[in-house]
Design a protein around this ligand. Structure first.
Ligand code: FEO
Length: 397
């Protein structure tokens, strides 16, 4: 497309990243509703010029052209906040283009870019946590932030401007023509979807860094995906909510149903729970968007899995979701398993095993042969009542 001029964020700090409007899925896992952006920032000091984070490899050519079109004649430092390829993948090409540049990064990221991207040792300067590098009238301070979301993640703080580059943390899969965040439900949803997939497994670390950044009172947050925040409290308050220990009064109900029996049970149970003042989110594992499931897991107090039997075990799609739910490490406290079978087998053994890491307080499961009968609906009433009591014990309802 056409060359876009860099947008100035503040006082010689420019956005030089790119949108990827066509990208439909991230990590080959969670669908993207708005594509994503790979953010890169150019910081022009009175003496030295730095680029903070680079580009996703398929976009390297476009990225280098953008730098040239914007008259970036010299780059002294390439700051690698994180070794994952959507940000560090273009480092080798950038080093070729700007042979005087050196990469500044932390020890773990240095190892990663050496081993994964074959960046030569002599092009890397390894810094320590809290170390500063001067650009003349600007100072970059490096703050190691392992765990949000890789062990090699760090933040870069531009001291004089009170601007913090937070790497993947506080990001969103979102595209824009104006880099400044417009606070909207759509942006909030994208940021939550992103948090759910990428950050939720590290909730306690996210909570810690949210508070740390709050206490820094920075003026602008520059994440490595999605828009920049000139009102940092907007995104920090959302993170404070998502990372809070207490779940919400919500039951997430992923299900797969071959002959509608499991679906009928899920719908019946959902209605009973709603009647008791409990919010539910029914999720059709085959047809619905996994991002929506991940987002509901940010808040849910209870997970109810519904599955049909395939051969002698749970449906493979339910197994997939149980595995995903376990690795995302949501804060849910309670669980229940319901489903229907044709001729026999063990419906829940595998699912229970996969969900074990979540240490859910499990309610007595319900396995029904074929279509649910009167007595099965009674059992579902009991499950609804049990969930109600569990939620009540946490003062959620
Ligand atoms: Fe956006 Fe962890 O890379």
């Amino acid at each position: 497309g056409e060359t876009m001029k860099f947008q100035e964020i503040k006082n010689n700090i420019y956005y030089c990243g790119l949108n990827d409007c066509d990208r439909r899925i991230f990590d080959e896992l969670i669908p993207l509703e708005h594509g994503t952006s790979y953010n890169s920032y150019l910081v022009k000091g009175s003496e030295k010029t730095a680029i903070i984070d680079t580009m996703y490899p398929p976009k390297t050519k476009e990225y280098l052209k953008r730098l040239v079109d914007n008259q970036v004649g010299k780059v002294d430092y390439i700051i690698a906040n994180h070794g994952e390829q959507d940000h560090s993948g273009s480092i080798p090409a950038l080093l070729e283009k700007y042979p005087n540049a050196i990469v500044i990064t932390n020890p773990k990221c240095a190892e990663n870019i050496k081993s994964m991207l074959h960046v030569p040792d002599e092009k890397i300067r390894v810094i320590a946590d809290g170390e500063e590098v001067s650009l003349g009238d600007k100072t970059l301070k490096f703050i190691f932030a392992p765990g949000v979301h890789w062990p090699d993640t760090m933040f870069t703080y531009i001291k004089e401007d009170n601007v913090l580059c937070t790497c993947d943390f506080l990001g969103a899969h979102y595209t824009f023509s104006d880099v400044f965040a417009v606070e909207s439900k759509e942006l909030e949803k994208s940021a939550k979807r992103y948090y759910a997939e990428i950050m939720m497994p590290f909730r306690m670390m996210c909570k810690k860094y949210t508070q740390m950044i709050k206490d820094m009172h920075v003026d602008v947050i520059l994440p490595s995906h999605g828009p920049v925040y000139t009102n940092p409290d907007y995104i920090l308050d959302l993170y404070a909510d998502w990372t809070a220990d207490a779940p919400k009064n919500l039951v997430t109900m992923p299900y797969v149903s071959m002959y509608n029996s499991t679906k009928e049970m899920i719908e019946y149970l959902s209605n009973k729970l709603e009647e008791k003042g409990i919010q539910t989110f029914k999720f059709d594992i085959v047809d619905d968007d996994l991002g929506d499931l991940a987002m509901s897991l940010v808040d849910a107090a209870t997970i109810v899995m519904g599955t049909s039997m395939v051969l002698a075990g749970p449906h493979p799609m339910a197994v997939n979701v149980a595995y995903l739910a376990a690795v995302l490490r949501p804060k849910a406290k309670f669980g229940a398993l319901i489903g229907s079978y044709g001729w026999g087998g063990n419906l829940f053994g595998k699912i229970g095993e996969l969900l074990a890491p979540l240490k859910l307080d499990l309610i007595e499961p319900l396995q029904v042969k074929g279509k649910p009968k009167e007595e099965d609906f009674k059992k579902l009433d009991e499950i609804a009542q049990a969930i109600y009591e569990k939620h009540k014990s946490l003062n959620l309802v």
